[in-house]
Design a protein around this ligand. Sequence first.
Ligand code: COI
Length: 354
Amino acid sequence: MEIKIERTKNPKTRPSDESKLGFGNYYTDHMFIMNYDEGQGWHDPRIVPYAPVELDPAAMCLHYGQEVFEGLKAYRCEDGEVRLFRPDKNMARLNLSNDRLCIPPIDEEFAVEAIKTLVKVDEDWIPSAEGTSLYIRPFIFAIDAHIGVHPAKHLLFMIILSPVGAYYPEGLNPVKIYVETNYVRAVKGGMGFTKTGGNYAASLKAQDEAEKVGYTQVLWLDGVERKYVEEVGTMNVFFVLDGEVVTPALQGSILGGITRMSCIEILKSWGLNVSERRISIDELSKAYDEGRLLEAFGSGTAAVISPIGELRWGDKVMEINNGEIGELSQKLYDTLTGIQWGKIEGPEGWSVKI
Ligand code: COI
């Protein structure tokens, strides 16, 4: 399929101070859009000037949340190249989410091409300051004007781009995390493993309450026993115990992060003992008391590696590594970002030139 390109006649003024981009505050001049209509499949891919989308007030995405999304980044590298990080994995995950939400699959290779083409059109928007990148947000949503509950027959696949800095204002400084014991995010059999808005909507209340008491994000426990650690707000989570790096196993309610997958592969390549298993909050608390909880960090596309300096579980406050970034977290951050910015040669297929 050929992607038609209509360039804007009114380019926006780009943010002048790259150190103040924040996350998700600016959008580029163009966007990708493609329609799905039953009987016709996905068709009419095009890049057009960035603009609001007109929707019927009865559009199903607004009522029943049939939507999925992805997040990845383009990096402006010192050698002048622009690179993406494992975009094939994002598009594979998009189809996993699509399947769960009864959204017709997209052609993964074509979607990577669409991303590359859009990034090339808006290449001037890719920031170059340390720690900045161009966040890429592909998303699909149901547009049928119909108030009955059923899978959509008409959808849009769009991609927008946003020049960004660090996701957390803390940057690489450790964040404080609140262990959530009241609300749950997802349960096995639900949609927890997908990237769909509903999972994030389910997280807002807990996030809001945690922020009010001075915490950056919450650590979710499993929705059944309220015992096993699942993930942190917008990240997967890792714990460095004495002799073992543990991350919760993917069992249906946890998002399979591309950064998570990459961290596991990097840590294993260093010969570390990495376990994907169930880990309870009691086990963590005991490890903390025994001085065996050495580091904790979150991983995600937006947040990259975010060290956890404090975990609060009820009345218990666990300060990890004196509230400072740990040696392993720092090494992992340096390696991962080194590969993403093309400074370190990563495994085959991780760093994709545009
Ligand atoms: C990402 O890390 O790309 C995410 O999608 C998290 C986000 C909700 C900002």
